[in-house]
Structure formats: structure tokens, C-alpha cells
Write a protein that binds this ligand. Structure first.
Ligand code: GRF
Length: 226
């Protein structure tokens, strides 16, 4: 287990929906396996269930909906001010369904990560599980990466890979993928908390070594058993 001696990593989490990844992070913090504190959860959807999860965990929340702003520019300006005011160490996009403008991404370069339900660079964007089925892929997985101005294309930190079973349906694929997300994302955040992970000019450094294109690789068995 991680030694919880240094000051906790300050996290800000952005969500749009169910918040199951947020819950996974909360659970690891409560179990004292992750030396972090969630300073705030921001949602762009007022009915996101993740807001209820955050409130139950006693975490401060903000709702920032696009319809309350005259245009995209003012909406993202308000978001940027909120992110700056939070003074956090790491911003985690956990199912946040907005494409951030370059000025936000550039400002927080190296301090912002995303979880994506595919083995990037395959299947950027939405409906990744359906695309895997349509293509008859034999393997699938999830990725955690730094955010850069290119959608779902920032340097990869880690991936979890699993074999698609013959005849497997969408629901099964989704639930296996999400189970892996819930293990992988807190694990990556823990590396930040333990100062094992850094971002340097579009590359990822882990334990003083530069990671390869796909980041650290984990199998389903490794993540679900440990
Ligand atoms: C996750 O599957 C993540 O990969 C994608 O959005 C989903 C969010 O799920 N970016 P939840 O809100 O954490 O349950």
C-alpha cells in the first residue's frame, strides 16, 4: 500500500454524467489507498448523478451549464476562472463531455488527464464499444492520457487491455471496460501523488524513465485481481 506521509494531491474532477470514475477515486481515498483530496467537482450537466455522489462524499460541487452563457467563449472563460481559483495539483476529466479550447488545455498542460474508453490512438471520440464490435476487433481496452489540444490524442500514460470474447455484446464490453477504468484511473492518480509521474514536452516520465508511445500496459487480470 502507498505510504501516506506527504501532503495529499489536490484534485479537481470534471464530470458530465454518472460519475462512476469519480466514485472509484473517492473510494480509494476513503480506503486510504490514495493520498489525495478532491477539492471540487464541476459538472456541465445539472442532473449528473456524479453530483449526488460528490455531495454524499462531502465534496464541494459547481454546476456550469453551457445554456447559461451567451456563447462558447464566455462559457469556457467561466470554466477557466473556476479551474484557476481551485489551485489544484491535477485536473481529472472523468467523463466530461466538452471539448476544451486550446487556451485552457495549454494553460494546464501537464496537469490535466482524461480517461477514454478505447486503446488510443484507436477510436477517438464517442461510441468506442460499438466501433469495436462493428470492426470485429479481438481486443479492446481503456486509456489514461494527458490532455493536449488534439482531441483524445495527448501522450498516453497507461492502458488496460482485454480480449473481446466470441459473441460478446455491447453491455458486457462496456461493463468490463468500466471495471478497468475504475482500477486504472485511481492507479494513475496515485502515481502523481507519489511523484512518480511527470509530463515533459509532450512525453511522459515514469520513475525517471521516458514511457513509450502507449504508456504503461496492464492486462485485465493484473488490474482486477490486484
Ligand atoms: C467513461 O466510460 C469514460 O471513459 C468516458 O466517459 C465515461 C464516464 O463514466 N470518458 P462515469 O461518468 O465515470 O460513470
Amino acid at each position: 500500500m502507498t505510504e501516506l506521509s506527504s501532503s495529499p494531491l489536490r484534485l479537481l474532477i470534471l464530470i458530465s454524467g454518472n460519475g462512476s470514475n469519480l466514485q472509484a477515486i473517492v473510494n480509494e481515498i476513503l480506503a486510504k489507498k490514495l493520498n489525495a483530496v478532491i477539492t471540487k467537482v464541476i459538472s456541465d450537466q445539472s442532473d449528473a448523478f456524479g453530483l449526488t455522489r460528490a455531495a454524499r462524499a462531502g465534496i464541494s460541487t459547481e454546476i456550469l451549464t453551457r445554456k447559461n452563457y451567451p456563447d462558447r467563449k464566455t462559457f469556457f472563460q467561466a470554466l477557466k476562472e473556476m479551474l484557476l481559483a481551485c489551485d489544484c495539483d491535477l485536473i481529472v476529466l472523468a467523463g466530461f463531455m466538452q471539448i476544451l479550447p486550446a487556451d485552457i488545455v495549454n494553460h494546464f498542460e501537464g496537469k490535466m488527464i482524461n480517461i477514454h474508453p478505447s486503446l488510443l490512438p484507436k477510436y477517438r471520440g464517442l461510441h468506442t464499444y460499438q466501433q469495436v464490435l462493428d470492426a470485429n476487433d479481438t481486443q479492446h481496452g481503456v486509456s489514461v492520457h494527458f490532455i493536449t489540444a488534439d482531441l483524445d490524442a495527448g501522450p498516453l500514460i497507461a492502458q488496460a487491455v482485454f480480449a473481446v470474447r466470441p459473441g460478446e455484446d455491447l453491455l458486457s464490453l462496456q461493463s468490463r471496460g468500466q471495471a478497468l477504468e475504475h482500477r486504472l484511473l485511481p492507479k494513475v492518480i496515485g502515481w502523481f501523488a507519489d511523484k512518480r509521474l511527470q509530463y515533459q514536452q509532450n512525453t511522459v516520465i515514469f520513475d525517471q524513465k521516458t514511457l513509450g508511445t502507449f504508456g504503461l500496459q496492464f492486462s485485465e487480470a493484473e488490474l482486477i485481481k490486484n
